[in-house]
Design a protein around this ligand. Structure first.
Ligand code: ZN
Length: 223
């Protein structure tokens, strides 16, 4: 079941132990980043915090981020991930430079393709806060196997995020420890480059159709 904790002014973290979402509340509407698994109970958790209309934006189209969409009925998602969404949901596009404001937060969209082709990060410059979806994590595993992912693009995107050095103090990932500091952009990048070079040792995953590769800081599930 999803548990809620207040992280900052008008800012809540929802977490069911597998994946987390972020809720920002404003006087007229609320902004929800991601919707969890179908059984995460995100809709109920959001309704327990706010009775305002909720605008849903997604970091990417993976199942553990879109699973609760059915109850919200519409969302903003990068079009390159639209094919990943199931069910009767109205999709609106988002792209580099779009801005979503709510409750004193100003989230800029940064396209960071790789983990999925439509992955984005949300960046609040003033608060030095980065919501990278699954693309930056402490430890991982970061899922990089399957046809809707691309390691070259992922490396490029991490290099772009590295350009935010000095402008980000807090990273809120959707999996594993949270918050984490900016050094994990560099750590994930170092390990992704090693993976690309074939420098990491792999072990076949017991159940998933992938190989587990362990870098110095990060584990990747890769083909
Ligand atoms: Zn995920």
């Amino acid at each position: 079941m999803t548990e809620t904790r207040k992280f900052g002014e008008n800012f809540y973290i929802l977490d069911d132990g597998r994946v987390r979402q972020f809720l920002i509340t404003g006087p007229e509407e609320a902004l929800l980043i991601d919707t969890g698994f179908p059984d995460s109970g995100v809709y109920q958790a959001v309704k327990a915090i706010t009775d305002k209309p909720v605008k849903v934006v997604l970091t990417h189209g993976d199942w553990d981020h879109t699973g609760g969409l059915g109850q919200f009925r519409e969302c903003w998602l990068h079009p390159r991930d639209w094919h990943l969404v199931e069910g009767d949901v109205t999709l609106h596009p988002l792209q580099d430079g779009d801005v979503f404001t709510c409750g004193g937060y100003r989230l800029e969209v940064m396209e960071i393709p790789g983990h999925t082709y439509g992955s984005v990060a949300f960046f609040d410059r003033e608060r030095k806060l980065l919501l990278p979806g699954d693309s930056v994590q402490k430890g991982g595993p970061i899922f990089m196997f399957g046809s809707h992912r691309n390691l070259d693009l992922y490396i490029e995107s991490l290099r772009e995020l590295r350009g935010l050095s000095g402008q980000v103090e807090t990273i809120l990932p959707c999996h594993h420890p949270c918050p984490i500091d900016f050094s994990y952009v560099e750590k994930n990048l170092e390990d992704a480059v090693a993976l690309k070079k074939g420098a990491l040792k792999g072990t076949k995953h017991p159940t998933l159709p992938c190989v587990s590769y362990r870098g110095r800081w990060t584990e990747f599930y890769y083909d």
